[in-house]
Design a protein around this ligand. Structure first.
Ligand SMILES: Nc1nc2c(ncn2[C@@H]2O[C@H](COP(=O)(O)OP(=O)(O)OP(=O)(O)O)[C@@H](O)[C@H]2O)c(=O)[nH]1
Ligand SMILES: [Mg+2]
Length: 254
């Protein structure tokens, strides 16, 4: 999809400090609107493990100094929808503008999975565009959705996908005392991963104190978050997807 969008207008470098490919390209979204597209390493959630997942994570958390994220174009695999929607819901809760490109719709169909895309988009509150980059299908519609999102014709959902504040009420309030404009969900990530972020020592100390005063337990919070996301995703998929096997094991994974 990256190649389809950027054609010959791309170059490859590295992300600072790591040997992870940074593919960057330029594309014309509309006559008056050009976009710089950065291809990030594939990830399944905002809980990074591998080095390349950390790269994507830090970009999403706005920790990559020279890189401002205006919009996230998420490529979601329709044949593995549940897991991909988990990640989509996390990015939505960061309050970043999101457009979802739904790929592998042909493979999903072969597995007997049918998706009511407009109902799914309505439930998630973000545009979802089916594409098949192999056939150049859906690229024009995708550009339209990006254009409309850039023009704020599509607004980010006001309500969180899950009650992120409720996951650690006092600790989240503490972080928001330091960063008033931060989303509740991003505040949780600050509680979990602040040591890996660019934060001055005084603020680091304050975050540490907030964690300790409120006995912030990141393992418990993460587990509860994932559980709640999968619960909501499960009920959304019941209404919008037919033929998908509900797989309890997959739900517990990650
Ligand atoms: N049948 C089918 N194949 C597709 C579709 N979209 C992508 N592919 C193929 O899937 C393979 C993987 O695509 P990539 O673009 O490398 O996937 P990616 O999301 O960038 O993968 P990572 O960066 O490794 O996470 C390629 O061979 C694509 O041609 C689709 O809609 N249908
Ligand atoms: Mg890729």
């Amino acid at each position: 999809m990256f190649n389809e969008l950027t054609g010959l207008h791309q170059h490859v470098g590295n992300f600072p400090g790591v040997t992870v490919d940074k593919k960057v390209g330029v594309t014309e979204i509309a006559p008056h609107l050009k976009a710089t597209i950065i291809d990030l390493p594939g990830s399944y959630s905002l809980y990074p493990r591998r080095e390349d997942e950390w790269v994507s994570y830090k970009v999403m958390m706005e920790q990559e100094k020279d890189l401002k994220v205006d919009m996230v174009l998420m490529v979601a695999d329709a044949s593995n929808l549940k897991r991909n929607l988990l990640f989509v819901s996390q990015i939505i809760d960061l309050k970043l503008p999101v457009v979802v490109a739904l790929t592998m719709v042909d493979l999903a169909r072969q597995k007997g999975i049918e998706i009511d895309v407009s109902a799914l988009a309505r439930e998630l509150g973000v545009p979802i565009i089916p594409i098949n980059p192999r056939k150049g299908k859906g690229v024009a519609a995708l550009k339209k959705a990006i254009e409309h999102t850039a023009e704020e014709y599509y607004q980010a959902p006001v309500r969180d996908f899950i009650n992120n504040q409720g996951l650690a009420e006092k600790a989240v309030s503490g972080i928001k005392g330091l960063y008033p404009d931060m989303s509740d969900y991003k505040a949780i990530h600050y509680l979990i991963n602040h040591e890996s972020f660019h934060i001055d020592p005084v603020t680091q100390e304050k975050i540490e104190t907030i964690e300790q005063d409120n006995q912030f337990n990141h393992t418990r919070v993460q587990a509860e978050e994932i559980l709640q996301r999968y619960q909501r995703i499960g009920s959304i998929m019941k209404q919008t997807v037919s033929g998908a096997k509900s797989n309890a094991k997959e739900t517990l994974h990650r």
